[in-house]
Design a protein around this ligand. Sequence first.
Ligand SMILES: [Zn+2]
Length: 232
Amino acid sequence: MIQSFTDDTLHVKITGVEFDDETLKKLKGGKLKLSKILNLKKKKQVCQIAPNKRSHFVIHCTAGNMPDSEIKDLINHKIRSKAHVYVKKDGSIIRIWPFTEKYVWATKLETYTKSFRGQMFHVEVNYREPDVPTEEQYLTLADLYIEASNIEDCWPIIVPHIEIDRGIPNGHNDPTDFDYNYFYTVLKEKGVPIDIVPKFDHNRYWGDKKYKIPYDTDKNSWPPVLSGNPHQ
Ligand SMILES: [Zn+2]
């Protein structure tokens, strides 16, 4: 049996595939999309930067090893001035707010300038110097990035907290010693088209030992600068 269908949304044509009678009936009646069977999705673009639209995926570290009870307290007190979700050392998560919740902020930039709230997804990785993220934390962070991308149906720009707060007095410098290139490899392995995603350049943190420390003379910028010498 040869069948031919065209999916209106995706302009996909398929021939030579056999469907069972039930599926065939649904397809002909328009009750089932071919894309659903084939598990195809429209190609996502990079998120646009606009007020009240999420465009940035912000990576943090707690600079501590917070016990579960302390993280869960944030849920109990409905704290909005912290991250959406915390990633524990074993890769499991504690979610304070769903990513769909826009009224959550976790940087000095958003604290001081309210109009920036609602443009970022915030994820805390629970570790502190001299520790670095665990393999499990990188994997979970990648899953959370993909989850965030599904909220706005676009690929968010990847940026660390240090860059959002750049040039702001008492701005934060986290996450410490995060391996950006490794994280991008993990994302690629999970199917993210990382080459098209605007992302913080590994060398803007690792290129020189002075890059890890924010300077008072650094300039703040929105959208955040993603590459080059941070002190220029
Ligand atoms: Zn932070």
